[in-house]
Structures are given as C-alpha cells and as structure tokens.
Design a binder for this molecule. Structure first.
Ligand code: NAP
Length: 294
C-alpha cells in the first residue's frame, strides 16, 4: 500500500515517520515546502510538488491539516488524480458536515473517503500510539489496518462518514473539562506554596491522574506552553461542538466557559501556544487575589 501524507505539522510529521518505519510511506507534501523537504530527506521518500502528484503516486492519502476550509482546499487539489482504488483518510478535526462534503467530492471520482480523526497528541503521533475514530466504509477501515497500526494503537469504526468526527467532538469536550480542572487545581497548588513537581507526581499517581496532567503538568507550572496542541485549534474544535450542541438545543457550561477563556487568551496573543496556556488565566486569578470569575 503506497501511502502519502499531506500536512506535516505537530501530528502529521510523527504519523509520516511511523508510516515510513513500517515501510508504507512513499511520498509527502506540505504547504510550506521546507518542512516537506527536510522530512523527506530524513525518511528517504519523495516530496510531491503538489497534492495531485502525491495522489497520482499513492493508493492511500492521509491528510492532517488545520481547519475545515483547509481540508476542503486539499481535497479539491487532490480530485484530478483520484480514482477507483484510491482512498483518502482525513485525520484533521473538522465538522461532521465538512467530512460529509469531502466524502461527496471524493466519492464522485470513484475513490473512497474516510473521516479518521485521532486522539493522543503530538506524543501519541510520534510514538505511533494514536487512537483513531473512523467513519465510512467498514470494509475499507479493515483493509487499511496496516496503515492504522503503523500510526496508532487502536482503531474503532464508529459508523458512516461523519461518525468519526462526531466521536472526536465528544473527546474534545472532555479535553476542555480536563484542561479546566488541571490548570485550575495546579494554579491553586502553586498559590498554596507547594512543591509543584511533587504535586504533579503524587496527584498523577492517584485517582485524579490523567494524560494531560502527566504530559503538561510539569511544563505548565514552569510557565512553558510549547505546543502540543495549539489553543487556537482547540478553540476551532469547541466552536464545532457548540454548533452541534445548538442543533440539539443545548449549550454546555464547559464548552461555553472554555470558549470564552480561549478567546481572551487568543486576543492576548497566545493562540499558537499549547492549550495548557489556560494556566496563565488561572494563575492570574490568584495573582489578582479576588473572587471575580474570569
Ligand atoms: P499544526 O502543527 O498547526 O499543523 C498544521 C498543518 O496543516 C501544517 O502542516 C500546515 O502547513 C497544514 N495546513 C494548514 N492549512 C493548510 C492549507 N490550507 N493547505 C495545506 N496545508 C495546510 O497542527 P496539528 O497539531 O498537526 O493539527 C492538525 C490537525 O489535527 C488539526 O485539525 C487538529 O485539530 C488535529 N489534531 C491535533 C492534535 C494535537 O495534539 N496537536 C491532536 C489531535 C488532532 P504549514 O506547515 O504550511 O503551515
């Protein structure tokens, strides 16, 4: 299975490396060409001059770009070289409707589209430990098992196209709540004068342990917010969730509150930092020493 990766960011670069390790990677493409050149040289694969050329030379096209509009732009660029026998699996986090629109365009060429958003963060992508939530043809998901296994530890078929993204929305609401809980509790610990390395270690070994505390607890208390997962991208995901909730006639407190907090941090220039930069706002609460909500 000749596989190509489009979008060599925090997630895509690790995914490409693991596909190369499994002997499945043929080709890469990235909008900023220098990233693609460097990675292709490291992995000894070809850099495609454009997405269509990558599609011409690959059976499986993995896309992992930022936003809905970016996914559709990449899909449109692939279309001239898509045909029966080729499959596009999109690992970006986008709206269910956008995944369905991509599916419609890809299907018209005879190729297959799967929405396959991931969880596991940059570390999961680098370690080949991602979890895939797949929507689309179940037989195709099964056929692509070697590709999924090269990049991840688990793939679950959730239903038709869009079901993967709907599942990812559940994940992103949960991630917002975890971010709120961890940043708030650690800011409290720091304000209480505790040894924060010990706090992260001991709390991380008990019932409140979680991935985010383990991976980001130490760095956030030291004031380092290197992504990871960019705050502006989680804002994008929660905006998608907000729309899905509105369709159900519901607004959820965690979603509303986190969107408000992220909006403020983005306005202050922190959108390209990791989502753990929410710690900045929580720390400020203690510095201001008042009881006002953010
Ligand atoms: P990132 O580091 O910001 O990388 C984004 C990638 O998308 C870059 O390669 C960028 O190219 C490319 N891109 C953006 N717009 C494009 C366009 N219009 N045409 C072509 N390429 C375009 O983001 P990331 O963290 O890898 O996230 C990628 C996707 O995975 C997002 O949908 C995100 O929500 C999702 N995700 C992220 C994580 C995480 O922990 N980071 C976890 C799960 C899912 P340039 O290099 O030219 O900018």
């Amino acid at each position: 299975m000749r596989t190509g990766v489009i979008g060599l960011g925090a997630m895509g670069a690790g995914m490409a490396r693991n596909l190369a390790g499994a002997g499945l990677l043929a080709c890469v493409w990235n909008r900023s060409a220098e990233k693609a050149k460097a990675l292709a040289a490291e992995l000894e694969v070809t850099v495609a001059p454009d997405p269509a050329s990558l599609a011409r030379h690959c059976d499986v096209i993995v896309t992992c770009v930022s936003r809905d509009v970016d996914v559709l732009e990449v899909i449109d660029a692939l279309l001239p070289e898509l045909e029966q026998g080729k499959v596009v699996m999109d690992c970006s986090t986008i709206a269910v409707e956008t995944a369905r629109a991509a599916d419609e365009r890809v299907r018209a060429t005879g190729a297959v589209f799967l929405d396959t958003p991931v969880s596991g963060g940059r570390e999961g992508a680098e370690a080949g430990q991602l979890v895939f939530m797949a929507g689309g043809d179940a037989a195709m998901v099964e056929r692509l098992d070697p590709v999924f296994r090269a990049m991840g530890k688990q793939v679950t078929h959730m239903g038709p196209v869009g079901a993967g993204q709907a599942t990812k929305a559940v994940n992103q609401i949960m991630a917002a709540g975890i971010n709120q809980a961890v940043t708030e509790a650690l800011a409290f610990g720091q304000a209480s004068g505790l040894d924060m390395d010990k706090v992260v270690e001991v709390v991380g070994g008990g019932a409140a342990a979680n991935w985010f505390l383990q991976k980001r607890g130490g760095s956030m208390v030291r004031g380092s917010f290197e992504p990871g997962f960019k705050l502006a991208l989680h804002q994008k995901d929660l905006s998608i969730c907000k729309q899905m909730l509105a369709d159900l006639g519901v607004a959820l407190p965690i979603v509303e509150m986190t969107l408000k907090h992220y909006q403020r941090l983005i306005q202050e220039g922190h959108g390209d930092e990791d989502i753990s930069a929410l710690y900045r706002a929580k720390r400020e609460l203690f510095e201001r020493g008042n009881l006002k909500a953010l």
